[in-house]
Ligand binder design. Structure first.
Ligand code: SAM
Ligand code: DTB
Ligand code: SF4
Length: 330
């Protein structure tokens, strides 16, 4: 969707916007379901990149202990527990600039993926930059979706990260799509960007070909020691508007209400679900930061008559639309 259309939607009277987003949501997602995804940081801290929001960057003193890649058995245990708790997607994150074929770490990650894939959940990984061959190897090992966020607009990105570029992020996303994995790509609100940056981010996401299978909308968790530690929280109505526009612009995506829910009221989250969010991270911890308690999330879903989404491990990546350009225009 073009920027001017996104902006026109964003500026609609609040309830008109919600009504339109709800209509799209009901058409695409009539089941009153929310997908529960569990995150696990399989390699924490010590990252070479300087992302200004991230507790895992080695550039900032955040008090986080650097850890080595987790053992396959430990990861499998956590994945089994997540499945037993009702998660249908298991997402493993590693604090690296990227992965390279032939390294010990990459071979170890492939082994972890193969064992988690045998559990029948959607398997998502977020490992930083990938080339075409790494992407193919991950797909062969059983990864169904790759998370790589663009995080903000291309204009604001250099204010947030200097160790890689927005174009580097797009190149990895292209490699993921070409390998036949689904793309999970979204961003963070509350990093000093304005509404135009948020809509530019959505413009680019909605122009991906194929559109992303899932779009995480994170609200910044201001991590102590990072340059963004004192940033103001995101206004709830701005968040709800952005979710509504995301639902309209990328109708078939799972819109994941991601980081930042510990600071949101139940009522705010309910508005987000009404506006088009249909997935959450579930479990007491995100990667390094806390997440709402599982029983509180289950209670909230019950109050709203929303049901955890059933597993769909056979789900294929969305197909490329041959009538549209492959690259989004920056
Ligand atoms: N290193 C990989 C990468 O950069 O893609 C994967 C891990 S990274 C932690 C995954 C995503 O988590 C980031 O792109 C960002 O959107 C989100 N994230 C990280 N720290 C956050 C924070 N403090 N608040 C909100 N979202 C955050
Ligand atoms: C995403 O967009 N959000 C998740 C997942 N993808 C990997 C990560 C949120 C991280 C929040 C901060 C932390 O736990 O360190
Ligand atoms: Fe490293 Fe990813 Fe954190 Fe950036 S967001 S510092 S790449 S772990």
């Amino acid at each position: 969707m073009r920027y001017s259309d996104l902006r026109a939607h964003y500026r609609l009277p609040f309830f008109d916007l919600l009504k339109e987003a709800r209509a799209v949501h009901e058409e695409q997602w009539p089941e009153n379901e929310v997908q529960l995804c569990t995150l696990l940081s399989i390699k924490t801290g010590g990252c070479s990149e300087d992302c200004a929001y991230c507790s895992q960057s080695a550039h900032y003193d955040t008090g986080l202990e650097k850890e080595v890649l987790m053992d396959k058995g430990q990861v499998l245990e956590r994945a089994e527990a997540a499945r037993a708790n009702g998660s249908t997607r298991f997402c493993m994150g590693a604090a690296w600039k990227g992965v390279r074929e032939g390294t010990e770490n990459f071979n170890h990650v492939l082994e972890i993926v193969r064992s988690v894939a045998s559990l029948g959940m959607e398997v998502c990984v977020t490992l930083g930059e990938l080339g075409p061959s790494e992407a193919n190897k991950l797909r062969e090992a059983g990864v169904t979706a790759y998370n790589h966020n663009i995080d903000t607009s291309p204009e604001h990105y250099p204010n947030i990260v200097s160790t890689h570029t927005f174009e580097d992020r797009l190149a990895t996303i292209r490699n993921v799509q070409d390998a036949g994995m689904s793309v999970c790509c979204g961003g963070i609100l509350g990093m000093g960007e304005d509404v135009d940056d948020r809509l530019r981010m959505l413009e680019i996401l909605s122009q991906f070909n194929p559109q992303p299978e899932s779009v995480p909308i994170n609200s910044l968790i201001p991590m102590p020691g990072t340059p963004l530690e004192n940033t103001e929280p995101v206004d709830t109505f701005d968040l709800v508007r952005l979710i509504a526009v995301t639902r309209i612009a990328i109708p078939k995506a799972k819109v994941r209400l991601s980081a930042g829910r510990t600071r949101m009221s139940d009522e705010a989250q309910a508005l987000c679900f009404f506006a088009g969010a249909n997935s959450i991270f579930y479990g007491d911890k995100l990667l390094t930061a806390p997440n709402p308690r599982s029983h509180a999330d289950i209670q909230l879903l019950e109050k709203l008559d929303l049901h955890p989404q059933a597993p769909d491990p056979g789900k294929e990546a969305p197909e490329t639309d041959t009538s549209r350009p492959l690259e989004p225009s920056l």
